[in-house]
Design a protein around this ligand. Structure first.
Ligand code: 5GP
Length: 113
């Protein structure tokens, strides 16, 4: 089932895209929770963390290397940041296209406030 993120991949709706390659896209969150708040998504539609298979391992690995690059590009690699993947209702997932939040640029405090 397609989500708003598929429309961002297809350039059907605008987004502030900061990185793209054959496997993943990264863009600024529309409602940032910190000075740096970027979403990294697979171009392939994967609904939740439950739906990941071995075939997605290259893509999931790419999401991590892109997160490290984005952290460096935004000068938060040394100060620190948080990577979050929410899953389903209790995890607080709102958009059912797998995505990793990279959040930083301020002290984030307790992991679960
Ligand atoms: P979730 O709660 O599913 O982990 O996070 C979804 C995130 O997507 C939220 O942080 C929300 O602000 C962001 N978001 C939802 N719709 C849009 C949109 O149309 N554009 C952008 N850039 N971010 C969005």
């Amino acid at each position: 089932m397609s989500t708003i993120f598929s429309k961002i991949i297809a350039r059907e709706i605008p987004a502030d895209i900061v990185y793209e390659d054959d496997l993943v896209l990264a863009f600024k969150d529309i409602a940032p929770q910190a000075p740096v708040h970027i979403l990294i998504i697979p171009k392939q539609e994967i609904a939740t963390a439950n739906d990941v298979t071995e075939a997605d391992e290259l893509t999931l690995g790419r999401m991590m290397t892109v997160a490290a690059k984005i952290a460096k590009d935004n000068n938060i690699d040394e100060s620190g940041y948080r990577l979050i993947i929410n899953c389903n209702e209790d995890g607080g997932q709102e958009v059912f296209h797998l995505h990793m939040h990279i959040i930083g640029g301020r002290k984030l405090g307790a992991m679960l406030p």
